[in-house]
Design a protein around this ligand. Structure first.
Ligand code: GAP
Length: 454
């Protein structure tokens, strides 16, 4: 069973140092969160798992890490200046603002009044001044999606790598949206991260690739501990599609607050490359694009058979890192009643996602021999390159086990008198089963490697 409520996750995240409200000591900043000591590890591990699957394990994807600050013209031709809006209403009674499509029964969620303004479009992009003479004309946007820089770098990447469709460009990074009503913890925030792949394919093969990518992504989420039966597929209705999309399948996950989008997989057609291209007329672009007089590039490839220029179609799996963290935490969160009637909370995270892989605990805080041995074991395990190994000298092993259950550490290694006086073995305790076994230090590295692969 996943967590029963968002409150349980929020409390655990704060208590154990996963996620904090940002600018907390000054009352916070709505829709902005900071990742703490364990949150940064979990998030990095999730991003690394995505990068491994998307870039390292495939031979048809290249990586990119582009800037957040984005030339205004990019977001003019991408369509975001005109269409990246949500409908906003004001309550005339209490002066609060709401997203019109989030209202229940056309009532103000704050005061209950029905005296609301007509919905009007509100552009979600953040603007920022660039240089000393920032004014209404001289500004840049904070990117609202990482995707656009992949499109504007398309020619650079093709020239540098000689790639031909089908191939993809992957990117992980921050995106910013001035959400009218950020809510549900890290689900809807104003600063977040995306893991996006733009996969360029020959026109005509796009629908098959779209289907294939939906399957790929479901398998990947399953590998992160988010099973298929907790994700519903939503084929987005035509009248709700983003301006660039011909078809979108949303992966709708059972979050604690409801079934909502974890990832969107869109068929963006040739809209984006076409929109950012000069001299579009002879390229046979299928999407409806604005004439582009400002680009200096032709974002197209030559058909290997006919030599004709062609604008590839794009399939885009786009996942939110923060929503991923929330889903993974939710699935891993468990409360168990033990035989003696007490309760334990544990995060049953997949080992590759656990912030701490192994905690090494000396039985006695001030015992020189035990402490030195434990430090040595920490260093030996750290050198294996499996992730963070924590040496923790509190002297209370029982409490240590409970704490590490709660933060998802798969293994605890305890160094005691038997280790240093008798047989050079340690106690290894398993998070999920709570089983303990003696393992010779000489075999510990292999034991840990095997256990963490499971
Ligand atoms: N490039 C396509 C794109 O940006 P999107 O559906 O608007 O599509 C993709 O966003 C993913 O980014 C979503 O599925 C979600 O996981 C995440 N996301 C979008 N807005 C978010 C927000 N305000 N807070 C947290 N995550 C968000």
């Amino acid at each position: 069973m996943p967590a029963q409520s968002m409150d349980a996750l929020v409390a655990l995240a704060k208590r154990r140092g996963f996620i904090f409200p940002s600018s907390d000591i000054y009352g916070g900043l709505q829709g902005v969160y900071d990742y703490g000591p364990l949150g940064v590890e979990l998030k990095n591990n999730l991003k690394a798992a995505w990068w491994r699957a998307m870039v390292f394990e495939r031979d048809d994807v290249e990586g990119l890490d582009a800037a957040v600050l984005t030339n205004r013209t990019t977001l003019k031709y991408s369509g975001h200046e005109d269409t990246f809006t949500d409908p906003m209403v004001d309550c005339r009674e209490c002066k609060s603002r709401w997203r019109a499509d989030h209202l229940e029964g056309d009532k103000c969620p704050s005061c209950g009044s029905t005296d609301l303004t007509e919905p009007r479009p509100f552009n979600l992009m953040f603007k920022t001044g660039v240089g000393p003479i920032a004014d209404d004309e001289n500004f840049a946007y904070l990117r609202p999606e990482t995707a656009q820089a992949i499109f504007t770098n398309f020619k650079n990447v093709v020239d540098a790598t000689s790639r031909k469709p089908p191939f993809g460009i992957a990117q992980i990074g921050k995106a910013f949206r001035n959400e009218i009503t950020p809510r549900n913890f890290i689900f809807r925030v104003r600063e977040f991260e995306q893991m996006e792949l733009e996969f360029f394919v020959p026109p005509g093969t796009d629908e098959q690739w779209h289907t294939d990518w939906v399957e790929e992504r479901l398998t990947w989420w399953e590998d992160q501990g988010v099973p298929r039966d907790r994700i519903e597929l939503l084929h987005v209705p035509a009248d709700e599609l983003a301006h660039y999309s011909k078809a979108t399948v949303d992966l709708m996950y059972h979050f604690p607050h409801g079934v909502e989008e974890l990832e969107g997989i869109a068929n963006r057609t040739d809209f984006d490359l076409g929109s950012h291209t000069k001299n579009q007329a002879d390229l046979g672009i299928q999407a409806k694009v604005k004439e582009n007089t400002e680009s200096n590039a032709r974002l197209a490839v030559q058909d290997p058979d006919t030599n004709a220029w062609q604008v590839p179609f794009v399939i885009e799996p786009s996942a939110g890192v923060d929503r991923g963290v929330l889903a993974v935490l939710n699935e891993a969160y468990k409360v168990e009643t033990l035989e003696n009637g007490s309760e334990r909370t544990l995060l049953s995270l997949k080992p590759h996602l656990s912030p701490i892989k192994v905690a090494v605990l000396p039985l006695k805080r001030n015992h020189e021999g035990i402490v030195a041995k434990a430090r040595g074991i920490k260093q030996m395990l750290q050198a294996l390159g499996l992730g963070r190994i924590l040496y923790e000298n509190t002297g209370n092993i029982g409490k240590g086990y409970r704490r590490h259950d709660e933060v998802g550490t798969p293994l605890c290694v305890t160094v005691d008198f038997q280790t240093i006086e008798e047989d050079d073995s340690v106690t290894v305790r398993d998070r999920d089963t709570m089983a303990q076994q003696r393992v010779p230090v000489a075999e510990l590295a292999e034991f840990v490697k095997k256990a963490l692969q499971a």
